[in-house]
Design a protein around this ligand. Structure first.
Ligand code: GLN
Length: 508
């Protein structure tokens, strides 16, 4: 399976097989990943901090237990990168914000506990947009991340570091969070697989909150099988998250059958064009070819219109910002991380200075907009109205799912844009989430899988959207498509260019 590939280029299931056959140790796998990180991290900047000591101890424990003849979970010994949004016991957690600098959580998030008991090895915490607010990872307080396919491009966001780490073979798999597209869009821009589960399928306990009615945790991986394996680790009821769903957790790998005969797939018109403007031609062509491929594989593909999706962006930017303004009120300089310590300040002055210096511009903009939307006299006009339109969006999805088993479209209207291209224009940045946001408003599972490359070699992602708790159907369709293509086998490879700068070339 592994051919001539370096260990760090393998998928998690390939590594799992090697470890089970004792053809490699967790230590060797980890060393291969560190070697790669040493080579390319200076250019990519996927990580905010690496946890080499933690990882060494975890890998050693896996190797010892295996040597003692213990049967280990499938992902034991697999190196994993974590978005810096998960509380990790005694490991600094900042959400890429100055206001949390120095914060060492006294506990693990639920999903972190799950990863630990499954023997995954923690490489470090990845870069992201501050408090997960953004689509390019340029809102991090600690520098930008570069797309491993082309270092002049953004990796997407907000989980840009997590996607870049996997795409650049600096991690075997990673985890992100998705409030309005933050797993799927960076996965799409970086040519890897990303899955946002049904709202409530994975516990949010210990995940730093952005917009609580939309946030979900999910994996970013090199292929669909790895995504299913990670879902086996992450999914399940947790009484510490009251929105966590009681439903039994299947073995998601059992859904991976190459079979879509008779599957009814709707190509969503509103994903292909917004207010009369179509997605970029290369993206549109790749999605239409993917639909044709599904048809050849035996599915029935048809266009479907969900008209209220056109209101998703304004609805999201009221609901998400209102919830964010409430969630972020806790950062006052008293309880976590950074505190302004100017002499002679009263408590109000301390709050003000801490927030002024601690939060970046985008976070401040959102707190102000959200506070305004919730202020006395405006609640009905904004939050309530947005919640009503959210219901209309959900009903459009319900109606579409009476006719279809799965919906598809692009993840993003374009391939990865240039660093700096949209930073001066927040609205242009917001509009780039037009395809992903409706899925969070509907609480539905969504996925991005590679389905093509642009003329300049940048990955294009296909968006799959399932019914509530329809992860298995979605994974099966994703797997069937993937197995009939080879987009997922390409890896980004930094190479030295003549002018001494590093560029990145795809290798088959
Ligand atoms: N880009 C969207 C935003 O800025 C979504 C972010 C996310 O999913 N966390 O709100």
């Amino acid at each position: 399976m592994s051919g001539s590939r370096a260990l760090n280029e393998l998928t998690a299931h390939e590594i799992s097989d090697l470890l089970a056959r004792r053809e490699a140790s967790a230590r060797e796998i980890l060393d291969a990943v560190w070697t790669r990180i040493d080579q390319v991290e200076g250019d990519v900047n996927a990580y905010l901090r690496q946890t080499r000591e933690v990882a060494a101890a975890q890998a050693a424990e896996v190797d010892e237990r295996r040597a003692a003849g213990e049967e280990l979970p499938p992902l034991a010994g697999v190196p994993l990168a974590l978005k810096d949004i998960y509380c990790t016991k005694d490991i600094e957690t900042t959400c890429a914000s100055r206001i949390l600098q120095g914060f060492r959580p006294p506990y693990d998030a639920h999903v972190i506990e799950r990863c630990r008991t499954n023997g995954l090895v923690f490489l470090g915490k990845t870069n992201m947009d501050e408090f997960a607010m953004g689509s390019s990872t340029e809102n991090s307080a600690f520098g930008v991340t570069h797309n491993p396919w082309n270092l002049d491009r953004v990796p997407g966001g907000s989980s840009g570091g997590s996607a870049a780490s996997v795409a650049g073979s600096e991690a075997i798999c990673s985890m992100g969070t998705d409030t309005g597209g933050s797993i799927r869009q960076p996965a799409s821009f970086c040519g890897v697989v990303g899955l946002k589960p049904t709202y409530g399928r994975v516990s949010r306990y210990g995940v730093i909150a952005f917009a609580s009615s939309l946030d979900q945790v999910g994996p970013i991986t090199k292929d669909v099988r790895d995504c299913a394996l990670m879902m086996n680790v992450l999914a399940g009821r947790d009484r510490r998250d009251s929105t966590s769903i009681e439903a039994p957790v299947p073995d998601y790998t059992e859904a991976l059958l190459p079979e879509v005969k008779g599957l009814r797939i709707g190509l969503v018109k509103e994903f292909m064009e917004y207010q009369g403007v179509g997605v970029d031609a290369e993206v549109g062509d790749a999605i239409r070819s993917a639909a044709a491929r599904f048809q050849e594989l035996g599915a029935e593909c048809q266009e479907v219109s969900l008209p209220h999706l056109n209101y998703s962006i304004p609805v999201y930017y009221i609901i998400a910002l209102a919830e964010a303004s409430s969630n972020l009120a806790r950062y006052d300089g008293v309880r976590y991380g950074y505190r302004s310590a100017d002499e002679g300040q009263d408590i109000i002055g301390m709050y003000r200075e801490t927030r002024d210096r601690g939060f970046g511009a985008e976070v401040k903009r959102r707190i102000m907009l959200g506070t305004y939307a919730l202020s006395a006299g405006y609640y009905d006009a904004y939050y309530l109205k947005a919640s009503q339109v959210r219901t209309l969006i959900r009903r459009d999805f319900d109606r579409a799912f009476e006719q279809f088993d799965l919906l598809i479209g692009p993840v993003s209207p374009s391939v990865a844009f240039r660093l700096g291209e949209k930073t001066e224009d927040p609205v242009a940045m917001y509009l780039s989430d037009v395809c992903t946001i409706p899925v969070n408003l509907g609480g539905l599972p969504g996925m991005s899988i590679p389905c093509g490359f642009s003329a300049d070699g940048l990955p294009i992602g296909m968006h799959l959207v399932g019914k509530p708790l329809g992860e298995e159907t979605m994974l099966r369709a994703a797997y069937t498509f993937e197995q009939s293509t080879d987009f997922h086998r390409r890896r980004a490879q930094p190479v030295e260019t003549r002018d001494g700068r590093r560029a990145v070339l795809a290798r088959g």
